[in-house]
Design a protein around this ligand. Sequence first.
Ligand SMILES: *Cc1c(COP(=O)(O)O)cnc(C)c1O
Length: 371
Amino acid sequence: MTVSFLDLRAPYVELKDELDSAVARVLESGWFLLGEELSAFEREFAAYTGTQHCVGVGNGLDALRLCLSARGIGPGDEVIVPSNTYIATWLAVSQVGAKLVPVEPNERTYNIDPEKIEAAITSRTRAIIPVHLYGQPAEMAPILTLARQYGLFVLEDAAQAQGARYLGRSVGGLGDAAAWSFYPGKNLGAFGDGGAITTNDAALAGQLRTLRNYGSTVKYVHEVQGGNSRLDELQAAVLRVKLRSLDEWNGRRQRIAQQYCEDLLDLGLELPFVPEGMDPVWHLFVVRSPNRDALQAQLAACGIQTLIHYPTPPHLQGAYRELGWKQGRFPIAERFHEEVLSLPIGPHLGLDQVQAVVDAVSRSSARSARV
Ligand SMILES: *Cc1c(COP(=O)(O)O)cnc(C)c1O
């Protein structure tokens, strides 16, 4: 049996009739941007996340960047980010001209370590961007306490965590604002690019609506130099359909994760750790092994496709060469990048496929002890 990492066609097959009619409805309407589908999706996604406002934008990176811009964060300001994240979190900060201040992750959750944040705060710090990495909420309570104490803007990077809950509350309404991505492979994915911001701050939501549309709310009146980053009607219509299945799909991911956690116990791998009060949505199921590359090769030989999230930490990417951060600067993030391996997981992965993954890991000689 071969097991691919993620099947992006299966959600369409499952919801074909509803998705076809949603797409047809938009095509028939002849209205493709900033219309009723977007307004409806914004209402529905705000309700889903328990927030007052949702603003659809072109992608997750823009969602992050526009929030920072709207708050006037730019050159001379510092923004605290996790050293262990997808590069988009960092790019949003560097694109507005602010200074990146990376903070290392907790060794067990992979998320930013709240105990290391205070030491990184200076008089120039304006914001913190906790990332709910792999679909598990960051430890928000201590982060919010620090933010209140120092007057910092908290922007959740919720790109990987649609539906995740923290102490019973949906992520996306915990900080001052949250950025979402609807990249096709995310738990709630469009048929192309898409993104959104959720917030309870009406003034911020208003600014974002202006910034995403040429600095304009009234046609041909431009109060500020905005950009062009809109969630289009086709994607909004598709997302409305898929949103109705999100909880069920996250539930399937949860069952697979539980299966992995039971069956892979005692095999020498570092398994995901879920702290009390967290309800992750298993965007990724990430294990760690000192023999990661050999394990990945052996699984590939058994027909199991795995991925690495991520092979190189942002500070060692060519994109940030000019900052001069060398190997050894963020050692926890660096070690994670050498050891992490993402096993297949998704709402359309069959239990027989999960079993095939478990069998292949069990047979692998690379799973434990250093070779
Ligand atoms: C996917 C992702 C983004 C960016 O989303 P795009 O829609 O691809 O721009 C940002 N942050 C994290 C953590 C992500 O995983």
